[in-house]
Design a protein around this ligand. Structure first.
Ligand code: 13P
Length: 251
């Protein structure tokens, strides 16, 4: 019903040479994966990665997109520019963007709309900080982020959107949410989507990934949980063998 989707988020890693080396190793390792496989790569690697994965089962993603069609936005990249390079997915609202680059629920929503308008599929990141978790406001934070991201987004777009639940305290720290915790928190997100849209849409159409120190060791336990439809993988996506083992969590 909800096809698993495992995406790598390379973040600010991999030159073109490193991209070639990584994908050369990765392509044969994941070719018979059952899950949908995506690599979200830095802008400068998109053309190279796109050429290399043509005709394979790996799909191409970017790590951000601007909300304007074009214009005076030095350093930014538009949805048309990504589409021209056959990008299919785009990460929006990653916690690192929220933390270091002033991303807000409102700009996330603007980017989501711009991406959808051009036929890009957003991977919308949400997640609480350690402070928010310890303060007991996880649900409040997630509801705010989800409502903000999906403002004025039509129900018909839900199958083109993936949500990634990434608890900020689990990113790059080696700390993973327990599978049960991740499952319960993702249930809050799905419930919020049910309220915003409908129960059936949230159940059938909305794919929600877990992200945060997901690796070959914990992938199968996380993926066995009812609410978890995939993973957004940082560190472990930079090594072909590790990423392929996450992608083939059930093998
Ligand atoms: P790590 O897998 O390195 O913790 O990163 C997770 C992440 O931020 C993916 O977007």
């Amino acid at each position: 019903m909800r096809r698993p989707i495992i995406a790598g988020n390379w973040k600010m890693n991999n030159t073109i040479a490193a991209t070639k080396a990584l994908l050369t190793d990765l392509i044969p390792l994941v070719k018979d994966a059952e899950a949908e496989v995506v690599v979200c790569v830095p802008y400068t690697d998109i053309a190279t990665a796109g050429e290399m994965i043509k005709g394979t089962n790996i799909k191409l993603g970017a790590e951000n997109v601007h909300w304007a069609e074009k214009g005076a936005f030095t350093g930014e990249i538009s949805a048309d520019m990504l589409k021209e390079l056959d990008v299919e997915y785009v990460i929006i609202g990653h916690s690192e963007r929220r933390q270091y680059f002033g991303e807000t629920d409102e700009t996330v929503n603007m980017r989501v709309k711009a991406a959808l308008a051009k036929g890009l599929k957003p991977i919308i990141c949400v997640g609480e900080t350690l402070e928010e978790r310890e303060g007991g406001i996880v649900e409040k934070v997630l509801v705010r982020q989800v409502e903000g991201a999906f403002k004025d987004i039509d129900k018909s777009e839900l199958e083109n959107i993936v949500i990634a639940y990434e608890p900020v305290w689990a990113i790059g720290t080696g700390k993973t949410a327990t599978a049960q915790d991740a499952n319960d928190t993702i249930a809050i997100i799905r419930n919020t989507m049910a309220k915003l849209y409908c129960e059936k849409c949230a159940e059938e159409k909305v794919r929600i990934q877990y992200g945060g120190s997901m690796n070959p060791k914990n992938a199968s336990e996380l993926m066995a949980m009812e609410q978890i439809d995939g993973g957004l993988i940082g560190g472990a996506s930079l090594k072909a063998v590790d990423f392929s083992q996450v992608v083939k969590y059930n093998k």
